[in-house]
Design a protein around this ligand. Sequence first.
Ligand code: DLL
Length: 432
Amino acid sequence: MSEQEVARLPREQIAEIQLRALKETVDRVYEKVPFYRKKFQEKGLEPGDIKSLEDLRNLPFTTKTDLRDNYPFGLFTVPQSELVRIHASSGTTGKPTVVGYTRNDISNWAEIMARCISWAGGTRDDVIQIAYGYGLFTGGLGFHYGAEHLGCTVVPISGGNSKRQLMLMQDFNTAILACTPSYALNLAEEAGESGIDPVKDLNLRIGIFGAEPWSNNMRKELEGQLGLKAMDIYGLSEVIGPGVSCECQSQQGLHINEDFFIPEIIDPETGVPLPYGQKGELVFTTVNKEAFPVLRYRTRDISILHPGTCACGRTFVRMARVMGRTDDMLIIRGVNVFPSQIESVLLEIGETEPHYLLVVDRKGTLDDLEIWVEVSDQMFSDEVRRMEELERKLRHEIGSVLGISAKIKLVETKTIPRSEGKAKRVMDRREL
Ligand code: DLL
């Protein structure tokens, strides 16, 4: 069935497809993966107990720790000879988490990514510059296979080397830029410094941005600076890579490729599934993967699921833009806040540069937050009074919108490191 058909099926038919594939996945992991069999047995469950989609909630969760404990191939359901690709996420400490794909998995992933690029507005006539990192990270190759599948002209440039990126964008008439939002911002800045006006001198039409949290205000910033329509794409290596979900032209959330991934939202504290419309942790069960299926993988990403037919006509459930990860949530004097919420307030005020860093420290038992924000060189060197006023204003806005008290430190341009992939927005001195 084509994407045009499957993504618009009545919900009952999507549920039927999901249930059939879920049962196959459950049989598969029970038979092939001792880890899952043991978990089932601990819960007194047998594969035959899964009779409806509601029974999904009885299945055990899978976590990143489970992946680490079974490093490297312990959760795979096929012998290594059937794997045609491995990806891995870097992991700040210790071993990476490793994921594997059979030939069919790669071909399904290409199909899913082709869907996403076309939802975002891409066509076979477009030149797409893939500036996500190629390598063990899933971003570059995930986009690559999807874009080729769609028939785009692929420029597999990977991340970094911004001057060259800009030159090729001009010379090849690149229409689609695929990279992290923070790298897109970096490219816009580099363009300015090289005397290129992206809006006039480049022909970018679409940006397909993801792999890190970003705010709606960052979307506006990027659209303004680069003269393109910025679309949000989401995914994670443990589930497949990019392509778990993506925005369509209506931009009312990201459609989840539900014939491959069954989403749930749970209360991150209790693990209890929450109804549609409530905010919580995203959990995915893959239902068509061969090498590395996962049951109820806890993503730690915070979002909301929205049912109902989209203005584009698709019936695939939509997820709200990811606010952040439970492990990136800051607790500043008892108030929970995600870096992307701070980003949103800073960009809304708009008197600073869009580059910031959150420095968190602990004084006694309390968390202390200092927000470093860049200001223009001119303001930094000449306008002490304006800087003081701006600091006051930012402190006040952050306080009144987010309910947290933070110190503001205005810094010179280029003080904050630029990213070529995922930006590091938080420097946590509590761990030092
Ligand atoms: O980042 C896959 C990807 C590549 C997605 C390119 C989109 C584009 P990982 O390195 O495993 O995989 O990181 C996954 O990144 O759990 C989220 O916390 C975060 N993330 C990914 N996309 C978004 C997004 C890739 N659109 C982790 N918005 C996920 C917010 C995102 N966070």
